[in-house]
Design a binder for this molecule. Structure first.
Ligand code: PLP
Length: 449
């Protein structure tokens, strides 16, 4: 590749081999483009109300413990792509086949994103346009189902997502959902029951995926059941896809007909969805996203996804993904020592589902007390007839740099927060100060990558 020296602030236009997209690479230190202005200072001047809220939220995120399993801290590079002039560009359709002019550059951004996604996950085809995880799942359904078709998915009370059949959703009103559950004794997926239900109901699609299941699903078992009963296998890997990217969880890609995912959970990219599939389903999947369910692609999001896929392909991210799991295992063990019940006895992933009834409170009360100490997490179903529990994850605190050595402290402040305010328990202010001290030692935007 013969690179002519780029003019200052310009883009390199050296010819690249035909097959590779000619991505313009900025010169070493280009002056900032006026579109980025003074960054945050511009917002502060133009709209102090909104600027104030943004600063307050950044402060909230970095002074407490963010244990919401679906959250993470996107890198400054991802945030820079999101807050870019790509938001100005209309781009209905797909690279090379847009309904708008002037798409040459955003086409390159989208090809970069899909190329990185297929390489990262070893998939034939990627669609990077879904606006969210829900949009990705709805598109997967539309690609393989007709209205009224039967879908077998994890019951909502056992950790299925709303889009896996809640009657309140578009999916729930469009398709006929049958739910499979977790084994009440072990908290694990009951594969015999899944097979029985699939034989009985002959679903058009079998869905594997959960918002709170802390173990690796047996993708081979799901594939076998799908093959035996003539179902299409959709894996909703919204949660584990980031671990898959880092080699810290098995990949569903070799087993699934369609993989749906989010890019903002463990994967640590912008808020958005992703679809992976084989060449045979590429056309149906693409048509199901646009024009079936969405209009113009959000090109600032697509570019930020490309950045995230690039980050996720690095050894640093693989180390991060493995540390996320090590932290979750250490946290589950430390919480058990503090008296929490741990669903399935531990975790293989970033997720821990914990029962707080042994501490003498219900999950809603525990969550409220934890929030008062700036420890943020969700409640979740722990199975049929069981009390609700707490769902927590280690993706965000691991990005901050907390390691296995800190997990006993995290469990300690959690236990103290749950007991705070009860007779003989610590004061909330005391726990909150400990939490601020711990979070303050690990500022996410200083330790990133
Ligand atoms: C998070 C999640 C989704 C939805 O993602 P959104 O971006 O919030 O729409 C779908 N399925 C599962 C299993 C999830 O965990």
């Amino acid at each position: 590749m013969s690179a002519t020296p780029a003019p200052a602030g310009g883009i390199r236009t050296a010819a690249l081999p035909e097959a590779a997209p000619a991505t313009p690479v900025p010169s070493a230190a280009p002056p900032p483009h006026p579109a980025w202005g003074d960054g945050f200072a511009d917002l502060l001047r133009a709209d102090p109300d909104v600027a104030g809220l943004l600063l307050a939220e950044a402060e909230r995120q970095t002074t407490g413990l963010q244990l919401t399993a679906a959250e993470n801290f996107a890198s400054p590079a991802v945030l820079a792509a999101l807050g870019s002039p790509l938001t100005n560009k209309y781009a209905e359709g797909y690279p090379g086949a847009r309904h708008h002019g002037g798409c040459e550059i955003v086409d390159m951004a989208e090809r970069l994103a899909t190329g990185r996604a297929t390489a990262l996950f070893g998939a034939d085809h990627a669609n990077v346009q879904p606006h969210s995880g829900t949009a990705a799942v709805l598109a997967a359904y539309a690609a393989v189902l007709a209205p009224g078709d039967t879908v077998l998915a994890l019951d909502l009370h056992h950790g299925g997502h709303l889009v896996h059949g809640s009657p309140a959703t578009l999916a729930g009103s469009r398709y006929r959902f049958v739910g499979y559950g977790l084994c009440p004794e072990t908290g694990l997926i009951d594969y015999d029951r899944v097979r029985d239900l699939a034989r009985r109901h002959r679903p058009r699609a079998l869905v594997c995926g959960s918002t709170s299941y802390p173990r690796h699903p047996d993708y081979a078992a799901f594939r076998e059941i799908a093959d035996e009963t003539g179902a299409v296998l959709i894996v909703d890997a919204a949660h584990p896809i980031g671990l898959v990217a880092g080699g810290a969880a098995p990949s569903p890609v070799p087993y699934a007909d369609v993989v749906c995912a989010t890019t903002h959970k463990v994967l640590r990219g912008p808020r958005g969805g992703l679809l992976l599939c084989g060449t045979d389903r590429a056309g149906a999947v693409d048509r199901a996203v646009f024009p079936h369910a969405q209009g113009g692609a959000q090109m600032q999001e697509v570019a930020a996804k490309a950045v995230a896929f690039g980050e996720a392909a690095t050894p640093a991210f693989a180390a991060y993904a493995h540390q996320v799991v090590a932290n979750a295992r250490a946290l589950a063990a430390a919480l058990a020592e503090e008296g929490f019940g741990i669903a399935t006895g531990g975790t293989d992933t970033h997720l821990v589902a914990a029962d707080v009834t042994p501490l003498g409170v219900d999950a809603a009360t525990a969550r409220r007390r934890l929030a008062a100490a700036a420890i943020v997490l969700d409640t979740c179903g722990l199975g049929p007839g069981a009390a609700r529990g707490l769902r927590l994850g280690t993706a965000a605190i691991t990005t901050q740099g907390l390691g296995t050595a800190e997990m006993a402290q995290v469990a300690g402040v959690m236990a103290a927060a749950v007991r705070a305010g009860s007779p003989g328990g610590p004061e909330v202010a005391e726990v909150r100060a400990q939490v601020a001290g711990l979070a303050g030692r690990f500022p996410p935007y200083r330790s990133h990558m």
